[in-house]
Design a protein around this ligand. Sequence first.
Ligand code: PGA
Ligand code: ZN
Length: 415
Amino acid sequence: MIINKISIEQVIASEILDSRGYPTVETTVVLSDGSFGTASVPSGASTGTFEAVELRDNDKKRFFGKGVLNAVDNVNSKIAPKLIGAILSDQSIVDTFLIDLDGTENKAKLGANAVLSVSLAYAYACANHYNMPLYRYLGGNLLNCMPIPMMNILNGGVHADNKIDVQEFMVVPVKATTFRDALFTGAEIYHTLKNVLKEKGLNINVGDEGGVAPQLDGTEEALDFIILAIEKAGYGPGEDVKIALDVAASELYKNDKYTVDNVQYNSDQMIEYYKNLISKYPIMSIEDPLAEEDWAAWSKLSEAVDIMIVGDDLYVTNTKRLQKGIEYNASNAILIKLNQIGTVTEAAEAVRLADDAGMSTIISHRSGETSCTVIADFAVAMRAGFIKSGAPARGERVAKYNRLLQIENEVLCTL
Ligand code: PGA
Ligand code: ZN
């Protein structure tokens, strides 16, 4: 029997800044053979109520309470001493150890930011130890598909300082046969959108995810500009390129009513609103069309339309909530965000459960990101159908897309 004597030698965390200029956690795990892995965690703005806890210091004198020194300290003084010396083992064993050490349902004690940074850094360290790229280490040797990018080219909601209620307007190049073609199609449309807005004297400054954030009257005007940009870029709306929305509807829901473009709707009226929108525009997917606890309305909408209905805040990458969604027939797709749940293993379990239920999976960034490209590798490893990494602009967004270009070159596969 061969005994693997490689062990964990160091686990070190520190504060770095995310793409919005707020602190986040970065961790490095070093193994006894010198292999190491470094990873950092992202942060959301339109977070779901049921997400794992992102531990913030709440010291108002520092970063408006958003410091993560406690999370960093949890890695350095609570997790590290218990991991150092441990023999190299499966990702799931280390993740289960982290889950047990935290001991809460939602990572409230150590913080999902602390826990995830260690989980990810460990995965990278192991991949390096085995001399494999991360996607190969997590996904094995039978990888044969690249995710289709859903590129958020127009930002609204809490990601932008404009009056547009819908949070994300994405283009999805469904006809492209390679990831490269899909990405470049999206980038051409993005630039064309900037040009058409500029011609109309509108602002082309960008929001948190790199999409433009003009002052428009509302959802339909935004969609009209996007259709125009797709056409002017030389593509057929609905044929070459479809549209996906993230409504992030929990943000629009108060006292049992949704407010979109200054109009109030109850749940049934929202379903009618979507049916009408889908009849007018080539929309292939709507994420969080309804609030995170409006389960019955989710089922009704899923029954009423035949596009992709995606649960983000609804499921928060949590298999318990996903199981409920499967029972309710609430949606036919799930958004997967590693930091909503806090470990690589649990996120992979959510993907597996969704796969088994015949649902589509979309691996996603957060609106606050770092240059860490883990979601690119994770998407390929999980054989996810789609990836969301914002606009094809802004370094922290493009880093993931460029990583996918590299991976595509390595695996030489088609969409
Ligand atoms: P968030 O937004 O990262 O601000 O939560 C992304 C999303 O809702 O998909
Ligand atoms: Zn979302």
